[in-house]
Design a protein around this ligand. Structure first.
Ligand SMILES: Cc1cc2nc3c(=O)[nH]c(=O)nc-3n(C[C@H](O)[C@H](O)[C@H](O)COP(=O)(O)OP(=O)(O)OC[C@H]3O[C@@H](n4cnc5c(N)ncnc54)[C@H](O)[C@@H]3O)c2cc1C
Length: 388
């Protein structure tokens, strides 16, 4: 073999993986870590460097605690706030508190994603900080191209590129045609009044927001609002003063807190539309397969659980000659539907309600006045702990 052919052959082999994961948020990082710990060659393509902040309420349901610990994440030594109570209030400030059956913990995405990234590195996941622009499937093999003009091949691709990405347009996914009127804002604050065991959800005109502690006693304040309501004020400062602060809980919080970020983070066009868990032979995980309304409170746990389900199917496909690609895709799809379809359906019903300000306020009022309803909503939108 000539030196040239040897070089080509070498380059083709180093760009070849068993699994490529596109997107290194919670779904991508967990799937990569799980697969690498089971001896699979994994390339994770993530456009941003770690650590970085993400718009999120940062309350994690305990459903995924045992699984995360099994993957090596030492949650017990991180001194994180343990949350066991949910508080809900109407825009006028009438409030109820209910116990959360499973509870959860508070951790910033800055820390959470970075801890999983470090574990991934230690377990042999290969990371590439580039933007994937295309995923092609041909001849029983994937080819993933990046903006930086690199190309990689694999037997399996997991799509974990989040709520909305350039890739969804390339892949012509249906939800990209639909309008998404939601905008989200997040900031961390210094505040001594937010109890460590409480996650609070408070309503205001056209939206709702949450308060909960994360590491080092800092408090996450994150809210979701319909763009048409937000644009009447034009900027975050006056929206917080004029609209958000109409709720006495937020008014009290904002006047007794100091923002840690120079300016809040925002994201627009958040889509809660229906998506498919398998498209173009790609197994979609986390928000790439469907985002639940944050009011239901456990998108992160769902992202992590979907990653685990995908990893299980991928290992079976790679190790068992009798488990075909069709079996892998079919089994992922049916397990995904079994675990998440009902929760997402409930989220979409709530969303339908929230698209109309009058019904939204009425809905929040009803919830904030009925512990039974809130408990039933929690039951419908949460799963049980993942134990193996
Ligand atoms: C306002 C709001 C509040 C929320 N609050 C909570 C909460 O309190 N608790 C909870 O459990 N859930 C909450 N959620 C939901 C939660 O944030 C998501 O479900 C979770 O982040 C999903 O993780 P993921 O890995 O699927 O996506 P992400 O964490 O978004 O990760 C996707 C990754 O893909 C990368 N990427 C995208 N495109 C490309 C590309 N082309 N090439 C390479 N990389 C790419 C991105 O950079 C990103 O890192 C909230 C959501 C919103 C909108």
């Amino acid at each position: 073999m000539s030196v040239f052919l040897f070089l080509i052959d070498y380059l083709q082999r180093v760009n070849q993986f068993e699994v490529i994961i596109v997107g290194g948020g919670l779904a991508g990082l967990t799937a990569a870590l799980d697969l690498a710990r089971r001896g699979k060659q994994v390339l994770l393509i993530e456009k941003n460097k770690y650590p970085n902040h993400k718009v999120c309420g940062e309350y994690v349901s305990n459903e995924v605690r045992p699984y995360l610990q099994k993957l090596g994440l030492e949650l017990n030594t991180m001194s994180l706030p343990q949350i066991d109570t949910l508080q809900l209030s109407t825009s006028k400030g009438s409030a109820i508190e209910v116990e959360l059956p499973l509870g959860g913990f508070g951790i910033s995405r800055y820390k959470f994603d970075n801890e999983l990234y470090q574990l991934g590195l230690n377990n042999g996941v290969e990371f590439l900080h580039e933007t994937a622009v295309d995923i092609m499937f041909d001849n029983d093999e994937f080819q993933v191209r990046t903006l930086e003009n690199n190309s990689f091949k694999s037997k399996v691709v997991l799509g974990a590129h989040g709520k909305r990405s350039n890739l969804d347009l390339t892949l012509k996914r249906r939800f990209t045609q639909e309008k998404s009127p939601w905008l989200a804002v997040k900031c961390h604050y210094l505040n001594t009044e937010q109890p460590a065991n409480l996650v609070s959800l408070h309503n205001f005109e056209g939206g709702y927001g949450g308060l909960s502690q994360i590491e080092e006693g800092k408090v996450n304040f994150c809210y979701l609002v319909k763009y048409e309501n937000f644009k009447s004020e034009g900027d975050i400062t006056s929206f917080n003063e004029q609209v958000v602060s109409e709720n006495p809980f937020f008014q009290n919080f904002l006047s007794n807190s100091t923002a840690i970020f120079e300016k809040p983070q925002t994201i627009a066009q958040i889509s809660f539309h229906r998506k498919e868990p398998v498209e173009n032979h790609i197994l979609m995980c986390g928000d790439t397969a469907g985002l639940i309304h944050p009011l239901c409170g456990n998108g992160m746990a769902m992202a992590i659980q979907s990653a685990k389900i995908a990893a299980d199917q991928v290992v079976n496909f790679l190790e068992n000659p009798n488990f075909s690609r069709t079996d892998m895709e079919g089994s992922y799809k049916s397990l995904w539907n079994e675990n998440f379809r009902r929760r997402l359906w409930m989220g979409r019903q709530l969303q339908g309600l929230m698209m109309h300000t009058k019904w939204f306020n009425l809905g929040m009022n009803t919830l904030a006045n009925s512990k039974t309803l809130v408990r039933s909503l929690i039951r419908t939108t949460h799963g049980t702990p993942i134990l193996n």
